[in-house]
Design a protein around this ligand. Structure first.
Ligand code: ADP
Length: 425
């Protein structure tokens, strides 16, 4: 099997977002957790998104990890690699976008690389090289106060030039609007002047499609899910990939018992739990007892094992903001959060050992802890349960065939747990 597209994402949720976007465009897509082992058995897929946690680590380390992901993807035949960054260009003067781009570009042999974080459907647009978040420039958006990488300059040509060894140019919207030939000519012109990276404007989805077509001339591009959408549509339009939207088998039934876990305390999740009470047995953990030791997780598992043969069930640690604040003041925020995440991971592991093959998890951090504990190396992305929340089929997992849904906080409708189980058979 030869990959049509390889992607390296600098964080997990960005990777999921990209994998979901590619799937919606018709690419059979696997998201891996970290750089996969050489012997990972993959189903027949068009794209792999390697999820790294390299956005805020030391630049040299981000380069090393990104290069090893690139090597793996090229080894699986990927002609084009997308380095997936945040659509708000989250980075500092030290990187990591510039240094990783420089290294991957050197490896690719390309004279110039296209760069755009534009993703119009989520309000990220780029005009004259300036990134807008909704109606305001990046430096007036909430990103100006980001705790790790406050963004004080909206001009991405300048931002990227400060991080990169190469000179950075611009392909503006007027050039883009004249079509692919015009973009190609501009890139050749920039490359001729020794400019190794070009920020490209994009305001509408059609701009991303033009960019995708041109980017496929190259071996590397840099951007967010928007350019992923452009690349995916270009691959399908060119016939290099047959759209597989209809026959993706990511959600083929696995059978076996189903369970839900909720560690999110978001308003949406609290409502979803209340609604689940009408459809399945629900166990509310005692958060103080969870923090105190392993007995509460054991009690939950015993409770689940008695019922798991009769149908889906839900185990929740979630509580209201007042109760969360009170627990945190008793135990400390990090200690309480970590203890509960680990207890949820223990419970997930126990459930899977007891035969559960369909697992729904509410909570971003909670999901991360569960996936780590289950040792799942990757997921084939399936149908969307709710916007941004697809059914996932575990790939290469030691526990065998399994379907998961991983939902962060506020995602999903009021009946999310039942909605998920309907698609996970
Ligand atoms: P979300 O996606 O809604 O942010 P996360 O799982 O990312 O959900 O984060 C929720 C955090 O709250 C986790 O660290 C979890 O362990 C913690 N938590 C879960 N239940 C409780 C509770 N009852 N009190 C305090 N913290 C909790």
């Amino acid at each position: 099997m030869k990959l049509s597209l390889g992607c390296i994402a600098d964080d997990y949720t960005g990777a999921s977002d990209l994998a979901n976007t590619l799937t919606r465009c018709g690419l059979r897509t696997v998201q891996t957790i970290g750089v996969p082992s050489d012997d990972l058995a993959l189903p027949e897929v068009d794209a792999v998104v390697v999820s790294l946690k390299s956005r805020s680590i030391e630049a040299g380390l981000a380069v090393t990890r990104s290069r090893s992901a690139e090597k793996w993807l090229r080894g699986r035949g990927a002609d084009h690699v997308l380095f997936k960054i945040c659509s708000t260009f989250d980075s500092t003067e030290a990187g990591n976008i510039g240094p990783v781009m420089d290294a991957l570009c050197a490896d690719s042999g390309d004279a110039i690389v296209l760069v755009t974080p534009a993703f119009p459907e989520t309000g990220r647009t780029v005009y004259q090289g300036n990134l807008f978040v909704g109606a305001v420039p990046l430096n007036e958006s909430p990103l100006k106060d980001h705790p790790l990488n406050p963004m004080h300059d909206s001009n991405l040509v300048r931002v990227l030039a400060r991080q990169s060894q190469t000179k950075v140019g611009l392909v503006d919207l007027a050039t883009l609007a004249r079509g692919e030939a015009s973009v190609r000519a501009r890139l050749a012109d920039l490359a001729g002047k020794g400019i190794g990276a070009a920020v490209i404007d994009a305001v509408f989805d059609r701009d991303l499609e033009t960019i995708g077509n041109v980017a496929l001339d190259h071996r590397l591009s840099v951007g967010a899910s928007g350019i992923g959408l452009g690349l995916a549509r270009a691959l399908v339009a060119s016939g290099k990939v047959r759209s597989n939207v209809a026959e993706a088998n990511a959600d083929a039934p696995v059978g076996g018992p189903a369970a839900c876990l909720a560690g999110s305390c978001s308003q949406a999740t609290l409502l979803q739990i209340a609604n689940a009470e009408k459809a399945m047995p629900v166990l509310h953990l005692d958060p103080d007892r969870v923090v105190a030791g392993p007995d509460e997780a054991r009690r939950a598992l015993a409770w689940a094992k008695e019922r798991i043969g009769d149908g889906p069930l839900l185990i929740a640690s979630s509580s209201t903001p007042d109760q969360v604040a009170a627990l945190q003041s008793r135990h400390g925020r990090d200690a309480a959060g970590h203890a509960i995440e680990q207890a949820m991971a223990d419970i997930a592991n126990g459930l899977v050992q007891s035969g559960v093959r369909r697992l729904v998890v509410a909570g971003g951090e909670t999901s991360g802890a569960v996936v780590d504990r289950l040792g799942i190396p990757g997921f084939l992305v399936g149908a969307e349960i709710a916007a941004g929340v697809p059914v996932l089929r575990a790939v290469g997992a030691k526990n065998g065939e399994m379907l998961l849904a991983l939902k962060s906080g506020n995602f999903g409708g009021a009946e999310f747990f039942s909605d998920a189980l309907k698609l996970m058979r």
